[in-house]
Design a protein around this ligand. Structure first.
Ligand code: C2E
Ligand code: MG
Ligand code: MG
Ligand code: MG
Length: 282
């Protein structure tokens, strides 16, 4: 026992590990400070109807306007926000921003009533106990139509196929929001879970769209996802469309919606306001 305790003590003072702990504490403090200082911003990327390229919605994507490093993308800080738990307040902030923005758009533009606001939820947020209440509160306070909100969750989250996952999804659905599976096709899930979970939309991962005109396998997989969506009456959205060829191939496959640099990069809310202002109400 003494020997084991000795080993443990040694492990506690492992300088490399200690440095890691300090660095993580530092990074968390920096992120926390950034949130307090209002250094985060939400950008919006259009989601379009593929046949007409008309705007049908936007995806909210968080950025860090770092005072020294400039605009920092989420891949550089979301994993840390996840591991430190800061994703819970940060994600709540993003959702509130996005819903407030949608409320402003609806006030200003009649056409905005038709668009949807997609917001990413990470696994850690999903496991957070207060999630459903917080979403409900933000919906109530901003007064938007819950049906206009789409929460994007990942396949890996659904693979933790537990009763509590199903229960949380059901409670979110009862608030009136829609659910999308993000990066679909990258997980290792069995198809049966799709039937078990109350999801509405599949987002085809960019990696399949990438090779859709060059890699036979990618086109086949993209087609399979579209057909799966159709069979289960789910909408399909293709991510990362960059070329005309990808656009037309996806239309041929029967994919309804898409987003990608071909249509627009993520940008400040004003860019979306311009589109909404130009759109003719029907
Ligand atoms: P995602 O949810 O799959 O978002 C799509 C990502 O693909 C975005 O990257 C977007 O800028 C990028 N993208 C869109 N079209 C194209 C294209 O044509 N070509 C290429 N190369 N990329 C394209 P971004 O903004 O860097 O976000 C990366 C990831 O960070 C997101 O992937 C999402 O998983 C996560 N994320 C972003 N904002 C949030 C947030 O508020 N909360 C959480 N939990 N995660 C977020
Ligand atoms: Mg997403
Ligand atoms: Mg995605
Ligand atoms: Mg992704």
């Amino acid at each position: 026992a003494a020997k084991a305790a000795g080993r443990d003590r040694y492990a506690l003072f492992d300088p490399a590990m200690y440095a890691d702990i300090l660095r993580e504490a530092d990074d968390r403090a920096e992120l926390e400070q950034a949130l307090a200082n209002d250094e985060f911003a939400v950008h919006y990327q259009p989601i379009v109807d593929l046949p007409t390229s008309r705007l049908i919605g936007v995806e909210a994507l968080v950025r860090w306007e770092h005072p020294v490093r400039g605009l920092v993308g989420p891949n550089a800080f979301i994993p840390l926000a996840e591991s430190t738990g800061l994703i819970v307040p940060l994600g709540r902030w993003v959702l509130r921003q996005a819903c407030e923005q949608l409320a402003r758009w609806c006030e200003e533009f009649p056409t905005a009533e038709r668009i949807r606001m997609n917001v990413n939820l990470s696994a850690r947020q999903f496991q957070h106990e207060g999630l459903v209440e917080e979403v409900g509160q933000i919906l109530a306070e901003t007064g938007i139509n819950p049906h206009q909100v789409v929460l994007e969750i990942t396949e890996s989250l659904l693979m933790q196929d537990t009763d509590s996952t199903i229960e949380t999804l059901g409670r979110l659905k009862r608030l009136g929001v829609r659910l999308a599976i993000d990066d679909f096709g990258t997980g290792y899930s069995s198809l049966s879970y799709l039937k078990r979970f109350p999801v509405d939309i599949l987002k085809i991962d960019r990696s399949f769209v990438d090779g859709i005109d060059t890699e036979h396998g990618d086109a086949t997989l993209a087609e399979a996802v579209v057909q799966l969506g159709r069979a289960l009456q789910l909408q399909t959205v293709a991510e990362g469309i960059e070329t005309q060829e990808q656009w037309s191939t996806l239309q041929d496959l029967g994919c309804e919606f898409g987003q990608g640099y071909l249509f627009a990069r993520p940008g400040a809310a004003e860019a979306i306001s311009t589109i909404l202002g130009d759109a003719k109400p029907e």
